[in-house]
Design a protein around this ligand. Structure first.
Ligand SMILES: *Cc1c(COP(=O)(O)O)cnc(C)c1O
Length: 386
């Protein structure tokens, strides 16, 4: 049996085990310890963030970010619609209401004009949202400047969900470091991983200190465990921070490997009728965390699902582009601002195996299977015609 080719799997280097062993040797097996502090510092150096708090997941980081900005039950929070549900779940944890915003076609991320218009409208009725959550999708930064400008104009804080975009750039800087708070994820499928983990960053040291406080059960300064606020158990383990330090060291190599995957896919598949890759916006450098494309069934000869199923039969894992959150049953009642850009990307979009540890043979196999679907369907098409 051939080995399956998966979408995006962990890729360890040769320092991680040594750093884990260091944690064991010094018995720092806790959500506190020297690896955590070092990981936070090194993360700031790599991203240019001011201050960072390592936490147990990207979702936890988002939950803390919303809490820090005072989001409460009944508040509204604007949020990109084309994303993984983890972006919006923490809004619901707090009893707040997400309002979803459509993408633009150039970056697949939040459309800045729609945001500007929506904030203008809301300001008129005195109903501004408590925050905006902006996603940087599949390794590509959103167009941050106009989004930040709109937020600043109405004094609405911006949270950046850069879970998928560590290593990307926006005008030479790291997405995630522009807004009031940014978050990253080190889940097993992300560009670097601690098996599970996340980071909250901000230029405001007090916000990050407060994040650490909330992430350790909101313990007041006293020997007898006194609490004046509800907190969480959200800190990252010192063992996992050791993995993170080893992985962080490899970030630029991982970005290069994923961009190389994209290039190889694009060279062959880019010429097929009906195939379009996710464009790389001019304002930055995408990591190609996942290589994504759209398939126009009329010209390609098969639709996205036919391609996905044909590849699955060959043990090749691909995924549809995220189902927009405004189309998710759990958010059916939520307000939506936009058109069908995100919906169309979901209908026709496919994410290809994109791990930094894929071999050239893996890539060739994926490419050949897609070519086979195209050829078979165009053959069927010809027979039908005759
Ligand atoms: C992975 C991901 C998250 C959540 O990160 P976890 O560490 O898995 O909790 C949030 N937002 C986006 C866009 C993601 O892809």
């Amino acid at each position: 049996m051939t080995k399956p080719i998966l979408l995006s799997i962990p890729h360890m280097g040769d320092r991680e085990l040594k750093l884990i062993k260091e944690a064991f040797d010094t018995n720092w097996i806790a959500p506190v310890g020297p690896h955590i502090n070092a990981f936070e510092e090194e993360f700031c150096q790599v991203t240019g963030a001011g201050y960072a708090a390592a936490v147990s997941s990207g979702t936890a980081a988002l939950h803390l970010a919303l809490r820090l900005l005072g989001v409460e039950s009944g508040d509204e929070v604007f949020c990109s619609t084309l994303t993984f549900i983890a972006t919006a779940n923490p809004i619901a944890y707090l009893g707040a209401k997400p309002v979803f915003i459509d993408s633009d076609r150039t970056s697949w991320n939040m459309n800045p004009d729609l945001l500007q218009e929506a904030l203008e409208n809301r300001a008129r009725f005195g109903r501004l949202p408590k925050a905006v959550v902006l996603v940087h999708l599949y390794g590509q930064s959103a167009d941050i400047d106009p989004i930040l400008k709109a937020c600043n104009q109405y004094d609405v804080p911006l949270i950046e969900d850069a879970a998928e975009a560590l290593g990307a750039t926006y005008k030479e800087r790291s997405p995630g470091t522009f807004g009031r708070i940014g978050i990253y994820s080190f889940n097993g499928n992300k560009i670097i991983t601690t098996s599970g983990g996340g980071m909250l960053v901000s230029d405001d040291p007090q916000l990050v200190a407060k994040a650490r406080f909330l992430a350790t059960q909101a313990r007041d300064l006293s020997p007898h465990y006194q609490h004046s606020e509800i907190g969480y158990n959200y800190r990252l383990s010192n063992v996992l921070a050791g993995i993170g330090r080893g992985q962080l060291h490899l970030l630029s190599e991982r970005v290069a490997a994923r961009r190389r995957n994209f290039k190889i896919y694009q060279q062959v598949l880019g010429n097929l009728p009906g195939i379009e890759f996710m464009p790389e916006a001019i304002f930055g450098r995408a990591t190609r965390w996942l290589t994504c494309l759209t398939i126009d069934p009329a010209t390609f000869g098969a639709d996205r699902e036919q391609v996905r199923i044909a590849l699955a039969a060959q043990q090749i894992e691909t995924r549809p582009v995220w189902k927009p959150l405004h189309l998710q049953p759990v958010f059916a009642e939520c307000e939506y601002i936009g058109d069908t850009v995100a919906k169309d990307l979901f209908t026709h979009g496919l994410c290809l195996p994109s791990g930094s540890n894929l071999t050239d043979e893996d890539l060739e196999q994926v490419i050949n299977e897609i070519l086979a679907v195209h050829h078979n369907s165009s053959k069927t098409h010809t027979y039908m015609f005759l």
